[in-house]
Design a binder for this molecule. Sequence first.
Ligand code: HEM
Length: 182
Amino acid sequence: MASAYRYTFLQRLLHWIIALVVFGLLAIGFVFWRLGDGIVDTLGKETTGQLFMYHKSFGVLLLILMVLRLVLRRLSPPPAYEKPLTGLEKVISGGTLLLLYILLIGLPIGGWLATAAGGHPVQFFDWTLPGFVGENKALSEQLFTYHGYAALAVAALLVLHIAAGIKHWKLKDGIMRRISLP
Ligand code: HEM
């Protein structure tokens, strides 16, 4: 397939790194949701602390990678389609991707502010980042509620996105080659 129909290598690499990071974040988020307040009793203090540290650190990493992705998108706009999409395909795929962009940038920002408002450190591996908002438990609770809903929306959109990806991979119509690594 001509490279005119593919994202640049860096964009393709970033797509798959972001995919791994998002799956990891959703998995840890699912554990938090399932265990709720009993998490320390089930997993112990140390493991719980590690899980929170990794969730926050990979969340901040996701934000950095998404900003980088937007910059690369400005520099190299999405490639043309080998076979033009129908109007309906354009609306569904464009809408899904736009919502994914909005949610994958909004989720880490919301998580960051919710953490800070809850009086917890915003950890990025060995560093502690500024919180930007003062302690406000009610605000933190509200933001964490939205954080959970947004994560659910991402999971639902990903089911759609991945089902479409698998369909195109089976159809061998070149859409998967736009984003595949090799
Ligand atoms: C957490 C997982 C994933 C996330 C967050 C994600 C997100 C995205 C986003 C935002 C784009 C748009 C790129 C752009 O135009 O700038 C995209 C494109 C694409 N993704 Fe994913 N993706 C994920 C997983 C997958 C998987 C597992 C597949 C395959 C089964 C896949 C297949 C594709 C394809 C084929 C495109 C190109 C669509 C096109 O250009 O029309 N993605 N993805």
